[in-house]
Design a protein around this ligand. Structure first.
Ligand SMILES: *[C@@H]1O[C@H](CO)[C@@H](O)[C@H](O)[C@H]1NC(C)=O
Ligand SMILES: *[C@@H]1O[C@H](CO)[C@@H](O)[C@H](O)[C@H]1NC(C)=O
Ligand SMILES: *[C@@H]1O[C@H](CO)[C@@H](O)[C@H](O)[C@H]1NC(C)=O
Ligand SMILES: *[C@@H]1O[C@H](CO)[C@@H](O)[C@H](O)[C@H]1NC(C)=O
Ligand SMILES: *[C@@H]1O[C@H](CO)[C@@H](O)[C@H](O)[C@H]1NC(C)=O
Ligand SMILES: *[C@@H]1O[C@H](CO)[C@@H](O)[C@H](O)[C@H]1NC(C)=O
Length: 496
């Protein structure tokens, strides 16, 4: 727990530079037109898959990939984000990078005038805001971009000239959620973002990729463009629908969370919410997960977490990471896929140094950790890294489906299967059977908290709910542990 920030930055620099893997021999050429034809231009005869190692940066609360930009190439380490759709990089003159106080931009900056292939294509047009209030403003430009051994010769990106984020992002969401669409309020300003450009350049066959984040304690996972890796998950890969966010437009990885169960040695509880089916966005750029307050507070009660107003978050003793209880997240109806998330994935350090301690109450003297599921009072509800690590997720942006399975933590095997063609279905996946039942509103009841004893070994979890959560003074030095990098984009969260 201690000194993790320093260790993680070391791992980041070492861990980023892995090359691509490709799934050979599965490529066919019966390309179909998709429903968004202007985004998919020519397809050339080299399609396969590209894999990039992504580094788990716990101190920064996200997953980072090493990318190369410009001519000659400048190295930048960028956060991978399924919740937004632009690549952007901090300009080397951005104040956040040059100012004397603070850490600067240790993950790299971009110096445009040192790239001979840099072209401004939208001066002052780049303006992205994220759900957590951070933002980046500057120009759109095109240049050479490399990730996972794939080279895009003409990639449109944002240059963050005025920003409060000290590193750039690789947004791999739907192109219609690009910041430019929000700025111009026009879908005609959509440009081919990274996954679309990879298809345009013939590098992959369809607009799809798979994300394997791996264990909280593992230093890296990977993103595989254009294919799936059947050795990175257990059980079946199930296809579930992505829902349109507004006017039949697919802009975010919005899926239906239809059940949530708390399970432990002492029993199991079906948690309920007036919000079921809960529309949740699968967002790798968000560190924690955020559910409606009525549902989140039931999870807290199971594990004995306390909402701290000082902290603005639900917290619990760090020792709870040893609890054997888990939560089972169900999607897409009664017989849809279930992802079990164990407590060791749900208890996070709050600082990189000496943790704060509970100053009073039942947990007095124990180290304070943050619980991986927090609450929002309104949409967008988000399943971030605390959920996504336990799942292998395939994002199919052409068929508007997600393939989901239980992850195989720390798997070292690999069997890459490429999507054979444009708009092909997710390989090896079966469709969830009862998605039509997703609209059913369940009855809201209060669970009996039968599982709570098994979460907390003392068996007095719910009794802790009313405890004051005071912290020892002078300890609460927060690092940027939690990011909510869901782009506000084109105002697309007017959901359900
Ligand atoms: C960029 O990274 C590559 C390896 O990915 C390395 O060979 C090269 O020296 C790096 N360049 C700079 C300027 O750091
Ligand atoms: C960027 O967008 C935000 C939110 O839409 C807006 O308030 C701000 O004025 C814009 N900034 C610039 C420089 O265009
Ligand atoms: C580069 O990409 C932009 C945006 O998609 C496009 O408008 C432009 O024509 C492309 N330039 C070249 C040389 O292909
Ligand atoms: C995965 O590897 C990490 C780092 O070696 C280890 O801490 C963790 O316990 C492993 N997880 C599983 C489920 O084996
Ligand atoms: C997940 O939890 C549910 C409920 O306890 C259980 O039925 C199922 O077998 C578990 N799945 C896996 C893959 O462990
Ligand atoms: C989260 O829950 C706490 C405790 O119920 C409440 O005080 C707080 O306002 C909620 N936060 C949000 C964003 O809804």
């Amino acid at each position: 727990m201690k000194g993790r920030a320093v260790a993680a930055i070391g791992a980041l620099i070492v861990g980023g530079a892995h090359a691509s893997a490709s799934g050979n021999g599965v490529v066919q050429w019966d390309i179909q037109r998709s429903q968004r034809p202007q985004e998919f231009r020519r397809l050339r005869n080299r399609a396969s898959t590209f894999e990039e190692t992504i580094t788990n940066e716990q101190a920064r609360g996200g997953y980072f990939a090493t990318c190369r930009l410009g001519t000659p190439a400048q190295n930048l380490t960028l956060q991978l984000d399924t919740g937004s759709s632009d690549i952007w990089v901090p300009d080397s003159n951005a104040r956040v990078c040059t100012k004397k106080t603070g850490q600067g931009c240790a993950l790299g900056t971009f110096t445009p005038d040192q790239s001979t292939t840099f072209v401004v294509v939208g001066q002052g047009d780049f303006n992205i805001s994220y759900v957590d209030g951070s933002s980046s403003i500057g120009d759109y430009f095109t240049d050479v971009f490399e990730i996972g051994g794939a080279t895009l010769r003409n990639m449109t990106m944002g240059l963050g000239i005025e920003t409060d984020i000290s590193y750039g992002l690789v947004g791999v969401g739907y192109a219609v959620n690009e910041a430019i669409v929000g700025t111009t309020k026009s879908l005609s300003s959509v440009y081919p973002n990274l996954p679309v450009n990879m298809v345009d350049e013939g590098l992959i066959n369809t607009v799809a990729y798979s994300l394997w984040l791996n264990d909280l304690d593992a230093s890296s996972g990977n993103i595989l463009f254009g294919g799936i890796d059947t050795k990175k998950y257990k059980g079946d890969l199930t296809r579930i629908d992505i829902y349109p966010t507004v006017q039949n437009l697919f802009t975010a990885f919005l899926v239906a969370l239809t059940s949530l169960e708390g399970v432990s040695s002492s029993g199991s509880d079906t948690l309920t919410s007036q919000h079921f089916p809960v529309p949740v966005v699968l967002d790798s750029g968000t560190t924690l997960s955020y559910l409606p307050t009525d549902l989140a507070s039931q999870l807290w009660k199971e594990v004995g977490a306390i909402y701290s107003h000082d902290f603005g978050a639900a917290v619990l003793p760090c020792s709870m990471q040893n609890s054997k209880g888990y939560f089972s997240f169900g999607f897409a109806g009664p017989n849809g896929p279930r992802i079990n998330v164990t407590m060791d994935e749900l208890v996070l350090d709050v600082t990189s140094g000496q943790p704060p301690v509970f100053a009073s109450g039942r947990y007095k003297g124990q180290d304070v950790c943050e619980f991986g599921v927090q609450n929002f009072s309104s949409a967008p509800y988000l399943l971030g890294d605390t959920f996504l690590r336990s799942a292998y997720v395939v994002y199919d942006l052409v068929n508007n489906q997600v393939g989901i399975a239980a992850t195989d933590f720390n798997s070292t095997d690999s069997n890459v299967v490429a999507f054979p063609s444009m708009s092909a279905q997710i390989p090896s996946a079966t469709v969830a059977p009862d998605q039509s039942e997703v609209t059913n509103q369940p009855t809201v009841t209060s669970p009996g908290y039968a599982a709570s004893k098994g979460f907390t070994e003392t068996g007095e979890a719910s009794a802790a709910a009313g405890m004051p959560a005071a912290f020892g003074t002078g300890h609460l030095v927060m690092v940027g542990v939690t990011m909510v990098l869901t782009a506000l984009g084109s105002g697309v969260f007017l959901i359900l």
